[in-house]
Design a protein around this ligand. Structure first.
Ligand SMILES: C[S@@+](CC[C@H](N)C(=O)[O-])C[C@H]1O[C@@H](n2cnc3c(N)ncnc32)[C@H](O)[C@@H]1O
Length: 397
């Protein structure tokens, strides 16, 4: 394994020369910093990194995903698979079609729908296949992103708006497909450090007019998970307990169907590899990647890779079946990517070149093909799920 391979998200690593924020961005960031400082003071001098990350990304009106900043695509900070073009969604439509057919109908629930590109392209393709879901539900945290999703649908496929519903929380029951692309990597993580004195948690304090790290002995849930890994002193990494809780909460409401998640990450043995001594936390700002989450507060994305073993355990522990796990490349090819590519007309040069670019970015091993994975956790469905048969990697989790 190579711990320095593609860092997740399509942005070039660059640890210097971050472009300066505008005056308006600085003012927004200053308000958010004040909000976080007040919480730090109220907590007696420090808050957990998970809480800091939660506020930096999701504080109402001020956090990175809550405020109006352009995040996705060329004019934003990073690009996700649905933002590259429609190919990712068109591939995903195949397993959705099969699963909805097996269920005899049902809904799609997308969690963390970003700009609404995946929802729009998926509905368009499912319409072509004659396989539209009964409803397309979207669970999104911030009102600004909800508005953007509605705008994307209104611009590109207004006829679907009556089928799309925005939710404030998970519904009581779901029959169908729960879909999330790059959601888990955006959930707040705890940071920890292994010391001679035991496992320490990295908290965030305010010192000398800036945010700074402070070490505290880790609490029981983190210790219980990290101590058995026997990592060496000095080792620093993250643990995403919220991703596990989120998977369990979806399992609780999934009556029949599948939870299909695509994200960057690895099995546990690779996540906590002895050589990965500084974890996977990354920040993205205008297509630059760097590793300091305490700067550009509210203006940059903060993300960590996903421990897919933990995701699988959370799902199976809650009664779901691990129905598939493989690389994004194998998954998309298993979903019929080659057939979709073959149907493109090489004479239509621009469209053909665009499709070729999407295929390369989505599947090449040094792009998104290998680092990104797809995982499926199901209840009451036949196996193997469509898309996962080509290269079954469940045994690696
Ligand atoms: C990295 S973005 C990915 C967006 C989109 N899926 C894509 O691939 O372009 C993460 C998304 O998850 C949303 N999000 C984060 N935590 C969430 C939660 N607990 N419930 C619902 N959405 C959440 C964010 O607001 C954002 O839309």
């Amino acid at each position: 394994m190579n711990p320095h391979q593609h860092n997740g998200r399509t942005a070039a690593p660059e640890f210097h020369a971050l472009p300066p924020p505008t005056a308006e961005e600085q003012a927004l960031s200053a308000r958010l910093q004040q909000r976080i400082r007040e919480e730090i003071a109220a907590a007696g001098g420090a808050i957990s990194f998970a809480r800091f990350m939660e506020l930096a990304l999701y504080a109402p009106e001020l956090g990175y995903y809550a405020a109006g900043k352009q995040k996705f695509g060329a004019a934003g900070d990073f690009t996700t698979a649905p933002e590259l073009g429609s190919l990712f969604a068109r591939c995903l439509a195949r397993p959705c079609q099969d699963i909805l057919a097996e269920l005899g109908g049902g809904d799609i629930l997308e969690v963390g729908a970003g700009s609404g590109a995946l929802a729009t392209d998926l509905l368009l393709e499912l319409e072509t296949l004659g396989a539209l879901p009964e409803r397309y539900l979207i669970l999104e945290l911030g009102t600004e992103l909800r508005a953007r999703q509605a705008e994307t649908l209104r611009d590109r496929a207004p006829r679907f708006l009556e089928r799309v519903h925005w939710l404030d929380r998970l519904p009581a029951g779901v029959r169908g497909i729960v879909l999330a692309n790059e959601l888990l990597d955006a959930l707040p993580v705890e940071r920890f450090k292994v010391t001679e004195a035991g496992i320490h948690r990295l908290d965030v304090a305010w010192e000398n007019e800036r945010f700074a790290w402070r070490e505290e002995p880790a609490d029981e849930p983190v210790r219980a998970r990290i101590e058995p890994l026997a990592l060496p002193p000095g080792y620093l990494s993250e643990i995403n307990l919220r991703a596990e809780a989120w998977v369990r909460s979806v399992a609780d409401v999934l009556q029949q169907g599948v939870m299909l998640l695509v994200d960057y990450g690895f099995p546990r043995a690779e996540f906590y590899h002895p050589q990965r001594t500084h974890g996977t936390l990354m920040c993205h700002y205008r297509h630059r990647a760097h590793d300091d989450p305490l700067v550009l507060v509210g203006l940059q994305d903060i993300t960590a890779h996903v421990d897919f073993s933990a995701v699988a355990e959370a799902g199976t522990g809650a009664g779901l079946v691990l129905a598939g796990y493989t690389s994004q490349a194998a998954f998309l090819i298993g979903c019929g990517l080659e057939k979709l590519a073959a149907s493109s007309d090489p004479e239509a040069v621009r469209a053909h070149l665009d499709l070729t670019r999407q295929i390369k970015t989505l599947t090449l091993p040094h792009e998104m093909g290998e680092l990104y994975k797809a995982i499926a956790l199901s209840r009451g469905l036949r196996e193997p799920l469509p898309g996962f048969a080509l290269h079954d990697r469940r045994g690696r989790l």
